[in-house]
Write a protein that binds this ligand. Structure first.
Ligand code: ADP
Length: 221
């Protein structure tokens, strides 16, 4: 199933007289059980694409479907509810609330999606190897642990699709392997992943890699 799909999306930014064509007719889809990597130089439109796919931003042209239903140009509350129900999002930073423990961050995400599952909290914490850090706040855990906790939060509500922006950008090679293991585990259980990454290790792991340049897909492999 095509869990998430963008149809010919455009996004323009206007700053005074200047117009930036951040996305120019991008179509992309991700099916359950696959990992799609998005690569491209800085400024090629990767973050804008991720924001439009998640419904956090709205494309100026084209549209996005989530679980076969259009989310573009719907009220923000509707988009937010669809996002909480079906999407996990892991950004480069800011995935955890500073004042909450790892466990409470996971619980909050479940609460937002409307399903608290204490058994799953334990499973997730074990999966990301943070049993000894479950009551710690972000200030007291390492960068690698923060990345793994961010992934646990993104996967908390068993999303149909995971959007990840440079999930291994700030971590050492060992943590990168752990994150790849977790993404693979999610994929094998039918999860769909779209990951923006500079890492060749992550791209090598993907089922397809899409290259963006200047707001367009230049290679859809
Ligand atoms: P990437 O993530 O690949 O680095 P972005 O999606 O951040 O690329 O940016 C694509 C283009 O859109 C760039 O030229 C960037 O300067 C521009 N851009 C992104 N966000 C904004 C914004 N809020 N206002 C104006 N221009 C923007």
């Amino acid at each position: 199933m095509r869990v998430l799909e963008a149809f010919d999306i455009y996004r323009f930014y206007h700053v005074e007289e200047e117009e930036t064509l951040a996305l120019r007719g991008v179509s992309v889809y991700v099916e359950s059980g696959e990992i799609i990597a998005v690569q491209g130089p800085s400024g090629s439109g990767k973050s804008t694409l991720l924001a439009c796919l998640s419904g956090i931003d709205e494309p100026d042209g084209g549209y996005v479907t989530l679980m076969g239903k259009r989310i573009t140009r719907l009220p923000e509350a509707v988009r937010a509810a669809a996002r909480a129900r079906y999407m996990g999002i892991m950004l480069q930073s800011g995935n955890l609330f500073d004042h909450l423990s790892v466990e409470d961050n996971i619980l909050l995400q479940m609460h937002l999606a409307g399903r608290i599952d204490l058994k799953r909290v334990n499973e997730l914490i074990k999966l990301v190897g943070l049993q000894h850090r479950r009551y710690a706040r972000q200030a007291y855990i390492s960068g690698g642990e923060t990345a793994r906790a961010g992934l646990a939060v993104a996967l908390a509500a068993e999303p149909a699709v995971l959007l990840a922006d440079e999930p291994t950008g700030e971590v050492d090679a060992e943590t990168e392997q752990q994150i790849l293991y977790l993404l693979n585990n999610y994929r094998e259980n039918g999860g769909a992943v779209l990951v923006v990454t500079h890492s060749n290790a992550v791209a090598a792991f993907a089922d397809r890699t899409i290259q963006l340049f200047d707001g367009r897909i230049v290679d859809d492999g």
